[in-house]
Design a protein around this ligand. Structure first.
Ligand code: ADP
Ligand code: MG
Length: 396
């Protein structure tokens, strides 16, 4: 098989040298251009498999060069382009993606990170070429997981049921991390290298399906993730944007609905404007709880709040996690304290949960047939059955 051909476009000779060296070591064939104009020409003549494009260059900068390359491509042809930028600001990053790049990386970067990005992009450039623009109709379900208390297993259930939706039921599924300050999905799913996040998505005034696709990170299980901001401070940008332009969150969620059967959201227990909008937009709210007194008290308050918000019956569903753990309160005690039934139960399995947490590999991927995997898969099955029935009813 011919070696994969990578074109490096950069005016900085030092960076050129480092890139050429790293790429050749990895077995790539490397072409080099020292300015944007030359990059466009070589791209046209030599048809590389991938282009690394510096953003700031004399003559023609990387954005303009990317645009020219895209403009001259024939239908069905699309070379993956990674923009190398030294500006970490949101505006600049999105500019590169809008120009037609598929990914970007901020200088200085570690060669390992670059290689990881290159390989991820090459891997998906074939498979993902058909974009999430939605010619096919999706179920378009927005389900939010809301923990009545920290530590009850909200993130665990959100992640593993997303994987189950793909593995067991072949549903297109995305996960959105709405724990804006301390999102866990990056760590729980071992995605440390990726920096695109909900900040980029919600700040972009012209967000469309194509741009959104580039901001999502694909986990090897097939789940597409929109990650939380990389730093707690950046959470303010999202909150501020939601306050001033609530429609931008609606728009983002609608794009996701059009692209996925399930968009599942991992939420924390704060009740603020951002979370209230998520509740409103959701088709179903899974309140995750455990059977202990302080959690039951919180669930009661949450159910009251939801009542005041006037949500229809059935929109709010209770998920009792660690249902067989000994807490002195059993399921029927919990139900009579809440004066309603628990909709789903997930069993307690400390070892299964903790070992997958420490390995960064969700149990639905590493041990789907273990007790915990089967229990969450059963939850996902019940949800999918109900959803499919509801969707079918609205379409006839
Ligand atoms: N069903 C379960 N059985 C045993 N341990 C669980 C279960 N669900 C979650 N855990 C553990 O509980 C802890 C908190 O889970 P996490 O998903 O982070 O909760 P939350 O998102 O609600 O804060 C983690 O250590 C996780 O492994
Ligand atoms: Mg969590």
């Amino acid at each position: 098989m011919a070696a994969t051909k990578v074109l490096v476009v950069d005016d900085d000779l030092n960076i050129q040298r480092v890139l050429v060296f790293t790429l050749k070591q990895e077995g790539f064939e490397v072409l080099v251009a020292s300015d944007g104009q030359a990059g466009v020409e070589i791209a046209r003549e030599s048809k590389p498999d991938m282009i690394l494009m510096d953003a700031a260059m004399p003559k023609l900068d990387g954005y303009a060069a990317t645009q020219q390359i895209r403009a001259s491509e024939e239908a069905g042809q699309r070379v993956p382009i990674i923009i190398l930028t030294s500006e970490a600001e949101v505006a600049e990053r999105v500019k590169g993606l809008r120009a037609g790049a598929d990914d970007d990386i901020v200088k200085p970067f570690h060669p390992l990170e670059l290689m990881a990005r290159i390989k991820a992009l090459l891997a998906r450039s074939g498979a993902l070429a058909a974009p999430i623009t939605g010619e096919t109709v999706t179920m378009g379900r927005l389900g939010v997981f809301y923990g009545a208390k920290g530590g009850v297993g909200t993130t665990t259930i959100a992640i593993n049921s997303a994987i189950a939706m793909i593995r067991e039921f072949r549903r297109r599924t995305a996960l959105l991390d709405a724990n804006l300050q301390f999102g866990d999905l990056r760590v729980f799913m071992d995605l440390g290298l990726d920096t695109a996040s909900i900040v980029d998505a919600i700040s972009e005034p012209d967000l469309d399906a194509d741009l959104l696709r580039k901001l999502l990170v694909r986990h090897h299980t097939g789940v597409d993730l929109l990650l939380a901001p990389p730093s707690p401070e950046a959470a303010d940008i999202v909150m501020e944007r939601q306050r001033s332009h609530p429609a931008s969150l609606t728009h983002l969620l609608n794009l996701m609905r059009r692209a996925y059967d399930y968009t599942l959201v991992d939420m924390v227990k704060t009740i603020d404007d951002f979370n209230l909008q998520l509740f409103d937009e959701a088709d179903v709210i899974f309140v995750v709880m455990t059977a202990d007194l302080s959690c039951l008290k919180n669930v009661r308050l949450v159910l009251e709040t939801m009542d005041h918000l006037g949500y229809e019956k059935g929109k709010v569903q209770l998920v009792l996690n660690r249902s067989n753990a000994y807490t002195g309160i059993n399921v029927s005690n919990a139900e009579s304290a809440l004066n309603r039934k628990v909709d789903y139960e997930v069993i307690n399995e400390y070892r299964g949960a903790i070992s997958s947490l420490n390995s960064g590999e969700p149990f639905m991927s590493s041990r789907p047939d273990g007790p915990l995997g089967r229990s969450v898969a059963e939850f996902a099955r019940m949800v999918d059955e109900q959803t499919a029935a509801e969707v079918a009813a609205t379409r006839t």
